[in-house]
Design a protein around this ligand. Structure first.
Ligand SMILES: [Zn+2]
Length: 269
């Protein structure tokens, strides 16, 4: 049977594995246990970092580490305040600036944040640099705390396996989890391109991102100028970040709607 046909059926069958995203309340399919995701992600991350070239620009690295640390602290404070204390133990934060001209960044499950130097080049050294960087990192940490990696790997696993074997696989699945995570993150070149986040996940990460940036004391308005820069840059060249993080006027206008509310709810009074 066509995979597209049975995908919703399987999703229905395993909905016992649905969880809910904090901050937005959206239901999601996460069929892989957190410990499996964390261990698979750790392996992928270590493999990636072995081949990655860390930036030798000490000043730029310090800027990234400072902003990322503040966003990570805001994420932990949010998890604590919302009663997700068990989840907090899953994070062993790491912050890296990697020498790579792609305008990209990611945060793997467990809090492994990587910003590419190409992203920093796009942002530039203007007055809104840290705020825009906070928007990027907030967005990526948003994907992480909303467990979009698990959701994406779960979808990948459901799509690559028949419903009949799914139960057996979920019971004994280290290798499959590793492969699903590798595909979801696209870090293992042998599995091909990074699986894009869905539009829903992107908008959700945008929202969580501006909440985290605001909690960390940054100006959430920078999310708008950041995406405008991304859009302008994507007109002249193909950016990997744009293919996996689709931008649109809808996205910018949604941010413009959300930012005033987020600032008044989460901003310093
Ligand atoms: Zn994203």
């Amino acid at each position: 049977m066509n995979k597209k046909v049975w995908l919703p059926i399987v999703a229905g069958l395993v909905c016992a594995a649905c969880s809910t995203v904090g901050l937005t309340g959206r239901k999601q399919l996460n069929i892989i246990s957190e410990s499996e995701i964390l261990s698979a992600s750790q392996t992928e991350y270590q493999t990636y970092m072995k081949s990655a070239k860390l930036s030798t620009d000490a000043a730029a690295t310090a800027v990234v580490k400072n902003v990322a640390q503040r966003i990570a602290s805001a994420a932990m404070a949010y998890l604590q305040a919302s009663g997700q204390t068990a989840d907090m133990a899953n994070y062993a934060w790491e912050f890296n600036l990697v020498q790579d001209n792609e305008r990209n960044a990611f945060c793997m499950p467990g809090g492994k944040i990587v910003v590419y130097s190409g992203m920093l080049d796009l942002i530039g050294n203007g007055a809104s640099r840290d705020d825009e960087l906070a928007a990027v990192i907030g967005h990526e940490v948003g994907h992480a705390i909303a467990k979009h990696g698990n959701e994406r790997a779960s979808q990948q696993m459901v799509a690559s396996l028949g419903s009949s074997v799914l139960g057996a696989v979920v019971a004994n699945k280290s290798q499959q989890t590793q492969q699903a995570v590798a595909i979801a993150y696209g870090l293992g070149a042998q599995y091909g391109a990074l699986l894009p986040f869905s539009r829903k996940q992107e908008l959700e990460a945008d929202y969580i991102g501006i909440v985290l940036a605001t909690l960390a004391g940054y100006d959430a308005d920078a999310a708008v100028t950041l995406w405008q820069k991304m859009e302008a840059a994507s007109q002249s060249t193909t950016a990997e970040f744009m293919s996996t993080h689709p931008s649109s006027t809808t996205r910018i206008s949604q941010l413009q709607k959300d930012i005033p509310k987020v600032k008044s709810t989460y901003g310093q009074k």
